[in-house]
Design a protein around this ligand. Structure first.
Ligand code: HEM
Length: 334
């Protein structure tokens, strides 16, 4: 099939206009009682849930890729290196889809500049000024941040502006979006309270990158203030719902916040001979492989994948992981 006709086919499937809307689903209130006296964040929470995270899209490729986008987002599809046999089917009105993944990834990409030594960077909304960085992969995170910018612009009278004229509230919105996205993916839910300070300029470009050595990667997580167990926890919590660059998921259930990443990454890196009870992960990013090749982090992964209390330990550790902003006392979920 010519590239032109395959583009037409994908665009027509991609438009998926005839699908019926699903009824609005209820959600628990994730806002800490008393922390939102005007009801502004409750309004934003409802809007994010009803308009974004339950109206998400999940892309499936008939060629075996079962990621969220199979390399066939509108942007990628227009690119030159798209496999012409790789047609997308889009399912609308889902939870834990294309935007949900981006919302959860955005939390880490805003937080990951935190430097515990001089208390700079972190969850400060500076991601909105860092979207051209290679680590944020251009349009990928831009798609969710653009939605957040629209919401903040509409609520600017209540939120106020910074010196540069941009509405305040991006740091809080990134966190609230992450909480809702995670819930949509099956996490039991984290609490949120607003009040983070927004930055008006980009942070230093110091996020971890996929191609760096174990020493550099662990050094960056040390700089953020995470223990080795917390690094494993965070990576699992992120990549259990993640997709690879070509749409291959990081575990077999990318639309589910579950335990799949642990065993499948172990089997993928250390071999199914060593872990015959697990299938291999469809895709493994180099930095995830570093966790299997390091004795300390591998032992943590093995415990979580195989011990009877592995899941409980993971969920408890995740509850306690402190994705702080500038105050050690303000974790992601409070
Ligand atoms: C060494 C640290 C990390 C590196 C190098 C890394 C790298 C990557 C890469 C290369 C992708 C694929 C991007 C794409 O296909 O567009 C990805 C996806 C993702 N990552 Fe990470 N990651 C790291 C840590 C984390 C952490 C700590 C979280 C969350 C707590 C996280 C959450 C996600 C999510 C949710 C996705 C899916 C994005 C999507 O499907 O659109 N990552 N990561």
């Amino acid at each position: 099939m010519s590239k032109r006709s395959s583009i037409q086919l994908c665009i027509s499937i991609f438009s998926h206009a005839a699908r019926p809307e699903q009824p609005t689903l209820p959600h628990p209130n994730f806002i800490v009682p008393g922390s939102d006296p005007t009801g502004l964040w409750g309004r934003i929470e409802d809007r994010l849930w009803n308009d974004v995270f339950t109206r998400d899209t999940h892309f499936v490729c008939p060629n075996g890729f079962r990621g969220s986008n199979c390399g066939c987002t509108p942007e990628r599809f227009a690119g030159d290196n798209v496999d012409p046999d790789n047609f997308c089917v889009a399912y609308d009105n889902v939870r834990c889809g294309f935007l949900g993944r981006k919302a959860w990834r955005a939390v880490f990409h805003d937080f990951g500049t935190y430097n515990k030594n001089d208390d700079t960077g972190g969850l400060n909304g500076s991601l909105r000024y860092e979207l051209n960085s290679e680590k944020n992969l251009g349009n990928e995170l831009r798609q969710i941040i653009n939605i957040y910018e629209e919401i903040l612009a509409e609520e600017v009278d209540a939120l106020g502006t910074m010196d540069n004229g941009d509405p305040r509230g991006m740091a809080d919105l990134i966190v609230l979006g992450g909480v809702l996205a995670l819930y949509g993916c099956g996490h039991p839910g984290l609490m949120f309270s607003p009040g983070r300070e927004d930055a008006s300029v980009p942070d230093a470009d110091i996020l971890p990158a996929a191609d760096e050595s174990p020493e550099v990667m662990f050094g960056k997580f040390d700089r953020m203030g995470f223990s080795r167990a917390e690094v494993v926890t965070l990576m699992a919590a992120g990549h259990t719902v993640a997709n690879g660059l070509e749409g291959a998921a990081f575990d077999s259930t990318p639309a589910q916040f579950d335990m799949g990443w642990f065993g499948q990454t172990l089997a993928g890196v250390a071999g199914v001979d060593n872990f015959p009870q697990f299938q291999q992960a469809p895709f493994i990013v180099n930095t995830d492989a570093h966790l299997v090749n390091n004795d300390e982090t591998r032992a943590i992964m093995v415990h979580r994948a195989t011990a009877s209390n592995g899941k409980a330990t993971f969920l408890e550790d995740f509850e306690n992981v402190s994705l702080t902003d500038h105050e050690e006392t303000r974790p992601l979920h409070a």
